[in-house]
Ligand binder design. Structure first.
Ligand SMILES: NC(=O)c1ccc[n+]([C@@H]2O[C@H](COP(=O)([O-])OP(=O)(O)OC[C@H]3O[C@@H](n4cnc5c(N)ncnc54)[C@H](O)[C@@H]3O)[C@@H](O)[C@H]2O)c1
Length: 269
């Protein structure tokens, strides 16, 4: 019950990683305002989580790239639960495309949600936390693609990388108010979306990841909760990579053969 009496907002949490983070927070006693652009999904997710633990969960429909919606989300949390202790900028969008063909609409779609939405959620949440005067915890969900080149994902990777710098940069502005800000960078994670994009997602990724499997949302949510908990009161400005070792290893001659051999040895065969 690390989050008893804490109030949290999280964007894009109707399913996937955000839903799992919201669920674990409720399980450990938090009151959570769960945002999703799909109102039906948000209501369904929130009602499911109402039975997930000691905490509470209420839905909030809206587009997390819209700064007005973000301001309303923070006000709504305070109206509902009287305070705000935790904010998680989780909503993000990925647009695959040929660099030579990307258009302004695609560029703005990714930047508006991943960067603008994230930035203004942090700003509005931090203003509220500053006013309350008892600190707070902020987490932005980035990606390993913010560290590594990946074909056709330049806009996405730029925005995710910028979130790492946002977390680092804001230690100067937020630390005087005891507000911690960190980023978490998931690697390949099995969600409804990634399964739709690539039905053989698990098999494709398992050979590329030193730990031998992509993450499940719970693999990301557990370290996210650690960063949001009192255990990490002295951790701020950091990005925690949670990727089964994917970014730690770069391909080299005989990379795949070596990986196979190491796995073979590890299995004791
Ligand atoms: N799944 C992965 O493999 C992976 C890997 C690295 C990083 N991430 C990041 O983790 C975060 C969550 O990813 P996911 O794959 O779990 O989520 P997802 O793409 O499955 O979406 C989760 C929810 O976000 C909602 N959403 C979409 N646009 C929205 C908007 N404008 N406003 C509010 N809600 C919106 C969707 O309706 C959906 O219910 C994203 O920031 C993503 O970039 C995911």
């Amino acid at each position: 019950m690390r989050f008893l009496n804490k109030v949290a907002v999280i964007t894009g949490a109707g399913k996937g990683i955000g839903f799992e983070i919201a669920g674990q927070l409720v399980h450990e006693g938090a009151s959570v305002v769960l945002n999703d652009i799909d109102g039906r999904l948000a209501r369904k997710a929130a009602s499911k989580l109402m039975t997930a633990g000691q905490g509470k969960c209420v839905p909030f429909e809206g587009d997390a790239s819209d700064v007005k919606v973000i301001a309303e989300l923070v006000s709504f949390a305070v109206e509902q639960f009287g305070q705000l202790d935790i904010a998680i900028a989780n909503a993000g969008t990925t647009v695959f495309g040929d660099f030579f063909e990307f258009n302004v609409e695609e560029f703005q779609k990714v930047v508006n949600l991943n960067l603008q939405g994230g930035f203004f959620l942090v700003q509005h949440a931090a203003r509220q936390m500053r006013e309350q005067g008892k600190g707070g915890k902020i987490l932005v969900v980035s990606s390993t693609i913010g560290f590594r080149a990946y074909p056709n994902l330049t806009i996405y990777s730029m925005t995710k990388s910028a979130l790492h710098m946002m977390a680092k940069s804001l230690v100067l502005e937020l630390s005087p108010y005891s507000i911690n800000i960190n980023a978490i960078a998931p690697g390949a994670t099995i969600t409804e979306r990634t399964m739709l994009e690539a039905p053989d997602y698990e098999n494709t990724w398992k050979d590329l990841i030193p730990l031998g499997k992509p993450a499940r949302p719970s693999d990301i949510a557990r370290p996210a909760l650690m960063l949001l908990s009192d255990e990490c009161n002295h951790v701020t400005g950091q990005t925690l990579i949670v990727d089964g070792g994917w970014t730690a290893a770069s391909p080299y001659p005989n990379f795949f053969q070596t990986l196979e051999q190491l796995k073979f040895n590890g299995n004791g065969k």
